[in-house]
Design a protein around this ligand. Sequence first.
Ligand code: HEC
Length: 221
Amino acid sequence: MRTAATFARSFAALALGAAALLLAGCTQDMATQPRYNPLRASDFFGDRRSARPLVPGTVPRGELRSDAKLYTGMSNGLLIDSPPFPITRADLARGQERFNINCAPCHDRTGYGNGLVAQRGFRHPPSYHIQRLIDAPLGHFYDVMTRGFGAMQDMSDRVTPEDRWRIAAYIRALQYSQHANVSDVPAGERNKLNRLPAAASVPAGHVAVPPASQAPQKESK
Ligand code: HEC
């Protein structure tokens, strides 16, 4: 009996010791396990990025972009000249806001291309009021924002496709603001023009935008 008890005790002690050793080993390995911290460089991949891009052709749930007009600004390989969804006055107001945030730093609020960034040495963008851009289809403006143009980087990471169309529509409104004729205004709306704020009350570099109730509505093409 005595020998059996001693044996059991020394066996238990041995087992405990072995387990302690094993566990100590585990702690070490878990603390230094091979893994990447977010955005850490990798020697394994050719582009040295540990965060891997989506496999080409992957469509995240809910992001199947099957509406070609909305997402490419094209139809049958040609740039479209009308927005892919009806532009309301609220869309134009949103377009104006997004334009003033994302584009005016270079293009300035009137679209003549004399924004502060350009004044400080960046390449001057062309004026939106030159004939070539007045004649350009609406889809051209969408395309420039989506894919960039020459020295201008694309804006697709900060302006959603819908907002790009709203901005494009607002650029059309800006173009009208510099070139419109009284005859462009529907006859029934012309008398409202006299109620626009006087030009002198608009600060330099700003465009007079009448309150919604007085504004001649821009027709969406
Ligand atoms: C950092 C300055 C900068 C910003 C911001 C910027 N642009 Fe531009 N944009 C340029 C420059 C510079 C050019 C001329 C590029 C060239 O010809 O190489 C240009 C050209 C253009 C053109 C004319 C393309 C043509 O056919 O000649 C359009 C349209 C345009 N930008 C729209 C936009 C819109 C819309 C936004 C905002 C969503 C925007 N840009 C934001 C600098 C900018």
